[in-house]
Design a protein around this ligand. Sequence first.
Ligand SMILES: Cc1cc2nc3c(=O)[nH]c(=O)nc-3n(C[C@H](O)[C@H](O)[C@H](O)COP(=O)(O)OP(=O)(O)OC[C@H]3O[C@@H](n4cnc5c(N)ncnc54)[C@H](O)[C@@H]3O)c2cc1C
Length: 407
Amino acid sequence: MTEVAMQGPVVVLGGGLAAVSFAGGLRSGGFGGEIVCVSDEAEPPYDRPPLSKEFQREGAADKIRLDLSRAHDVQWLRGTPASKVDTQRREVLLADGRSLGYRTLVFATGATPRRLPALQGAPMPVITLRTLDDAQRIRAGLTAGARLVVIGGGVIGLELAATAQGLGAQATVIEALDRVMNRCASATLAAVVAQSHRERGVDLRLGRQVTGFDGHAILLDDGTHVDADLVVVGIGVVANDALARAADIACDDGIFVDRFGRTTCPGVYAIGDVTRQRNPISERFERIETWSNAQNQGLAVARTLLDPTVTPYADIPWYWSDQYDLRIQVAGVSMGDDEIVRGDASPGSKFSLIQLHRGRVVGVTCMNNVREFSSLKRLLGDVALPDRAALADPGTDLRKLLAAPRT
Ligand SMILES: Cc1cc2nc3c(=O)[nH]c(=O)nc-3n(C[C@H](O)[C@H](O)[C@H](O)COP(=O)(O)OP(=O)(O)OC[C@H]3O[C@@H](n4cnc5c(N)ncnc54)[C@H](O)[C@@H]3O)c2cc1C
């Protein structure tokens, strides 16, 4: 173990998945020093993916709590925002006036949804979806027959629209671009997802922007309007990096970290949604807003603090999304100049997609094809592909194909 970790105290800002995973990783690795987690949420740590899915159907907060058994003997300060970090004195100031000294500081502060100023003052509830409280307020409005308007055709908005349809509400999704899931899905996947929503009755308006409201009507830039009982805004998030920026730590909508989670300030690390890290596939510094990144980067940074000789973090980014009975899994990046379609890429079918960029595999997607996902992920980064026709044939045994020598 390193001196830094051995000597503690370790202060973690944030109480989400990355924080819990990191604290659990330190304890599992044998760290016996003091760990303090500071969270501005009063709620004990919970998982966010169910907020747009199961939680809307079941409303059971106790089912989405994060398991804290690995993160034992952690001092939790809840409902307590950190308000300043003094990296010279190695001290965190809390909004309630207390201060905490640290030897190691970890930012796990996540991100905050963007708001839509055009809807300020609207008479119906206009809600973003990030917290359990947001999810509870949305759930209260998702009654049968309720008119839900989702602004933004990204993953969270589409998941919520799917859940709402299942609950008997009527969802309209307004997306400014001419396709859904622009940042995180190939055009082929996006088209299948869009059609799947339309087939289930979602009113999907692509290429439309919200200009304002008139009573309970949301006004669009083509002069039409959509009546709404409830509006959910899902137009992306910004990193909660203000404290790091104020402490002169390098940030650009996200705290820059290397593969050890190190920021530009000695003794200060960052993990999860708040980070801007090198994506091993695109080789660009990006924010990776996925459950698996929060979990695995948190664990990896704990490991490297305890033993700097371990392999640094370089996981391939991946996420899943559940919409209706569609289980979507995407790894790598969605850009590409070529695509291999394995199966029938149409609504209701199971299929996989392999995205290539200049001959290199940069992304894989599985639609209701969970068994193929881990095999296909192994192709990422490869330039020597297996036989293209065999890869495109869903009858080919993938494991045998990938094990065969390549040219
Ligand atoms: C509705 C929803 C559905 C999702 N579904 C999926 C999915 O299906 N698949 C998938 O891969 N990913 C999904 N995600 C993404 C995934 O949940 C996130 O990537 C992950 O939760 C990020 O964890 P985190 O710990 O980095 O950040 P967070 O969970 O945001 O935790 C950060 C915490 O820090 C707190 N904080 C911020 N500033 C301060 C401060 N100054 N002082 C103290 N505390 C502070 C915040 O309030 C928050 O509690 C979903 C996210 C949402 C919101």
